[in-house]
Design a protein around this ligand. Structure first.
Ligand code: FES
Length: 104
């Protein structure tokens, strides 16, 4: 069962940017906001060389890593081909303008 944790209001996350949530159990989690106000959450580590995805730029439903420009799918955490790798995704939801993160 999901243990929902309220993180912030949506507007506290910059559009096309992110906000980092520190978790002792899961490490840093980056919560991204797209241009259309969807939210996604990934472990804040690129599958290439652990670059901070939270400092990348969101485009569509992907984020480009700031270090070597791998593109990571926000929904799955998978690197976009030809690159191969995966970052752990987390479940988030928007409710009444607030962002909630599921920590199981
Ligand atoms: S660390 Fe992300 S592309 Fe290299």
């Amino acid at each position: 069962m999901n243990n929902w944790k309220r993180i912030c209001v949506l507007t506290e996350i910059p559009q096309l940017g992110s906000r980092v949530v520190k978790s002792t159990e899961h490490g840093d989690i980056a919560i991204f906001r797209t241009a259309t106000d969807e939210v996604f959450a990934l472990h804040d580590q690129c599958p290439h060389k652990q670059g901070p995805l939270s400092q990348g730029i969101v485009h569509g439903k992907q984020v480009t890593c700031p270090l070597h420009s791998w593109k990571i799918e926000l929904e799955s955490g998978n690197a976009v081909a030809p690159d191969i790798g995966c970052t752990k995704p987390f479940t988030v939801k928007l409710e009444g303008g607030d962002v909630f993160l599921a920590l199981t």
